[in-house]
Design a protein around this ligand. Structure first.
Ligand code: PHE
Length: 452
């Protein structure tokens, strides 16, 4: 059963769809807590450098592979070079790991949306006891996780993506405006300015090789996650892209949009941590719970914060939903293809899988909090394995494939299709042939020494 390929009708449609997948919890929830934890300005600087070099090179490679082969991830690598057929399934494994826990966090955001819209937003603002109390018991997190997963599955089954896409086109800019507004407001809270400085000014005091490697590993993992790279998603999106649209400028636009949202989310959350805790290292190190603890505090001090908070969490739910849909969609199409079932059955199978595996993440923070895998709780473990292990492996092998087997000309030709020039060709070559692979090897090796 060959699914008829529908392409994107316009360049802007493609950019929006890819940005809809890219902009999600990674930008608003994950980026700020990593920035807070890994030294603020230093993390930001490293991330930005990686985004315009690595992010750009890897995204253009993946989209070019997709557009040239016209296939989704499993078939695409095989088409590029038979010997690299194994890469497809490895990349495809990533969305299987991410989707379940993504829906768990989607559930947390949903809970906050409900709290804010029912007028109880103020009760959430405290030292974080509300949040730890919430995820520390399994009942409610399970309920909201199941609702979020069901919503995602419904969209995938009924294929109302078009609707969602159209809504996102309007609401994503609203999210952007709201984030800018809240960021400006946050900076006016007493004590926030020192947080802003921490966030944008790199401080090299105590910056050792170990710190550098840790930051690099974290920033790289974040880049993959945030831009939906090294997991086959951009290959699939590329296969839907029109030949006549410019690859290079599309990638630039997606990249700028994604990075801007992440930067702005950090600009709210990091200064807010300073305002409410005075930059206490324990508060900066809160990890995945950070957004849920600091944001309600911001809204509490704000006039009309209840409404702004409700609107904010609504838009975050939406951003999370568009990303979750693209994740689920990917695994559903793989399952349908592999075991030859129709879309509804395929989605139900995947939903059952997501619920089952997602529960381990829910329990890992509550009734199974004693259980650790290599020192990580379930959710953090899934996050680590996908972002810091499998994705670097996938991009390392992709670089070797493109750089040394089929040669960079493969991608260059695709970028140049109908275009006058490939502006960043020099940078691209250096990245794929040398810097990316070396960096991936460094990351993989340091993972063993730093984390395990
Ligand atoms: N990039 C998305 C985010 O930042 C997450 C995601 C990863 C979505 C992979 C789709 C695929 O939240």
């Amino acid at each position: 059963m060959e699914k008829k390929k529908e392409g994107f009708g316009s360049k802007i449609g493609f950019v929006f769809a890819a940005a809809g997948s890219a902009v999600g919890l990674g930008n608003i929830w994950r980026f700020p807590y990593l920035a807070a934890k890994y030294g603020g300005g230093i993390f930001l600087l490293i991330y930005l450098v990686l985004a315009v070099t690595f992010g750009f090179s890897l995204m253009i490679t993946e989209i070019a592979i997709g557009r040239k082969t016209g296939k989704s991830v499993i078939g695409a690598y095989k088409d590029v070079d038979k010997r690299f057929a194994f890469l497809g399934p490895i990349a495809a494994a990533v969305p299987f790991i991410i989707t379940p826990y993504y829906c768990v966090i989607g559930g947390w955001v949903l809970k906050y949306l409900v709290v804010f819209t029912t007028g109880a937003g103020k009760s959430v603002a405290d030292e974080g006891d509300f949040f730890t109390g919430f995820i520390g018991k399994w009942g409610q997190p399970t309920l909201f996780f199941v609702i979020f997963a069901l919503l995602t599955a419904l969209v995938v089954i009924f294929g109302v993506q078009k609707g969602i896409e159209n809504i996102s086109k309007i609401l994503m800019p609203v999210l952007l405006v709201l984030i800018v507004g809240i960021a400006i407001y946050t900076l006016t809270i007493p004590g926030a300015m020192s947080g802003f400085k921490y966030y944008v000014l790199p401080n090299f005091k105590g910056f050792t090789l170990t710190v550098f490697l840790k930051t690099l590993v974290a920033a790289m993992g974040q880049l993959f996650y945030s831009m939906s790279l090294a997991m086959g998603i951009m290959v699939t999106y590329g296969s839907y892209m029109r030949k006549e649209d410019s690859l290079e400028s599309s990638v630039r636009q997606i990249e700028i949009f994604d990075t801007a949202v992440a930067f702005l989310a950090g600009m709210i959350i990091v200064p807010a941590v300073f305002a409410f805790s005075g930059g206490d290292p324990a508060a900066l190190n809160k990890g995945p719970s950070l957004m849920f603890i600091t944001l309600p505090n911001v809204f509490k001090t704000m006039k009309g914060g209840q409404i702004v908070g409700g609107l904010f969490f609504f838009l975050v739910v939406l951003a999370a939903l568009t990303s979750a849909i693209s994740l689920l969609e990917t695994i559903v199409s793989i399952v349908c293809e592999k075991i030859k079932v129709n879309r509804v059955i395929g989605t139900l199978i995947c939903l059952a899988y997501v619920l089952l595996v997602g529960l381990t993440s829910v329990f890992g923070y509550s009734i199974w909090s004693e259980v650790k895998i290599f020192g990580y709780q379930f959710l953090d473990f899934y996050d680590f394995v996908s972002n810091n292990v499998i994705m670097p492996v996938v991009s390392l092998i992709t670089c070797v494939l493109i750089g040394y087997f089929v040669k960079t000309k493969f991608v260059e030709d695709e970028v140049l299709y109908g275009e006058e020039k490939f502006g960043a060709k020099g940078l691209y070559k250096v990245m794929i042939l040398a810097i990316c692979p070396i960096c991936m090897i460094v990351i993989l090796i340091s993972n063993f020494f730093l984390n395990l």
